[in-house]
Design a protein around this ligand. Sequence first.
Ligand SMILES: Cc1cc2nc3c(=O)[nH]c(=O)nc-3n(C[C@H](O)[C@H](O)[C@H](O)COP(=O)(O)O)c2cc1C
Length: 181
Amino acid sequence: MTRVLLGVSASVALYKACDLASKLTQDGDEVRCVLTRNAAKLVAPQLFEAVTGRPAATDEFGAEREGAMDHIALARWAEALVVAPATAALIGRLAHGLADDLLGTLALAIDPARVPRLVAPAMNPVMYASAPVQRNLARLVEDGWTLCEPDTGRVACEDVGPGRLAEPERLRAALRALLGS
Ligand SMILES: Cc1cc2nc3c(=O)[nH]c(=O)nc-3n(C[C@H](O)[C@H](O)[C@H](O)COP(=O)(O)O)c2cc1C
């Protein structure tokens, strides 16, 4: 059983993150989900709470907070960090160490020597191929993140190419490989 922190950003593919959270929970993992504020506009965090049986977080300020410093508590709790789906915006924030929301902050507070980190992009193929996104992903890999490459196919906006979030089964296999290695 692994304590998996699942970071979810505002992509149309976040329904797959819900499936992944459910599958990992059924595997026996303890899963905590952290949604960006924009992800929480696309879907209620309660959905992730329902499939994991654990509280989902979006913000560490105001009524939603659990403790004095949720970013530190969650970072210490995690044995693996999976960011899926990762938007272009979130990839940019992670690559530049921007600690301007709960997910970005706890990602910095996680000790990379102890906790494997997996990032799974999801976006329009033109966005995915863009120089800034590719630069930011290369930087994350350089920083020790493992990249779960997107699938090639038709995305929600009907363009075709690499950019579809990897299917939950592939995400799960990538996580297991990372934990086993
Ligand atoms: C319905 C919808 C779907 C979106 N899907 C994606 C996506 O798949 N990938 C992406 O990079 N941005 C996508 N966006 C744009 C992001 O939501 C936007 O860049 C946002 O600022 C990202 O916020 P976050 O990274 O904090 O979650 C989408 C926006 C909307 C409204």
